[in-house]
Design a binder for this molecule. Sequence first.
Ligand code: TA6
Length: 282
Amino acid sequence: MVTHKHLDNGFTYLDIRNRQAHAKVSLQGGHVFDYQLHDTEPTLWLSQTSFFHKDRAIRGGIPICWPWFGKNKNDTSLAQHGFARTSLWKLHAIKEINADTTSITLELNDSRQTRTLWPFKFKLTLLIIISDKLSLTLTTQNIDDKPFEISEALHSYFKVKDISQVTVKGLENISYIDQLKENTISRATLPIIINEEVDRIYYDTQDSCTLNDTHRKISIDNKGSFSTVVWNPWITKAKEMRDFDDQGYKRMLCIETGNVLQNSITIKAGESHSITQIISTL
Ligand code: TA6
């Protein structure tokens, strides 16, 4: 069942329920901001102080970082992570495939406003499949007459019981850029543990990884992605962000499927590229 609902402040969203799961998706930002299997804790983390406002990305769920990840390399005054996550998307299709599976397709097209930020014609499609797994496929179509380069991420916030008990397996022995140490290159031989601020871009990897929590595992599989970003703001950074509740860092970890920095993608005129993240809560 898919119903249109709204928060007390009028923020509207789609409420999706089927035999397997419940999810919430806002057209504002093309943003999945809740997903959970029935009778379990949400798989995605949502800040208790998130804004639900047209000019701000929801803090949590899966923000869409596109057509650039991080700062825009040509104009650092532009909003970090691009404009897709603060744009109003169009609802293209709702398909209740069966009792266990629902798909939602959202679309974002270029406009005069987007072209002032990024001078290209595009069609962006987000296919969200909600079942016992959550799958997001972001497809970029270049409908311009010249190639363009994008960097992108499905910036997923996962909910954990206690960050100090979490490990992430699958990224051992893969080089990463440490965004907290002047982008030095490093690699770890052991699974990731989080006991301080972490902001790492693992690159040239298509590997899946698994978030091991005390009471469950969350596996993250990718298609069309060559970068994985792992982020936890820890204490100080969490306090600095108004839309990030101060204790929230203990209950979340971002594992982001993307194509970032040297893994940026150039799409020729008339061609397209897709990136997929598949989330399984085990
Ligand atoms: O997740 C990686 C990252 O680029 C971090 O450096 C941090 O800035 C995070 O994204 C959140 O960015 P935001 O613009 O949503 O506050």
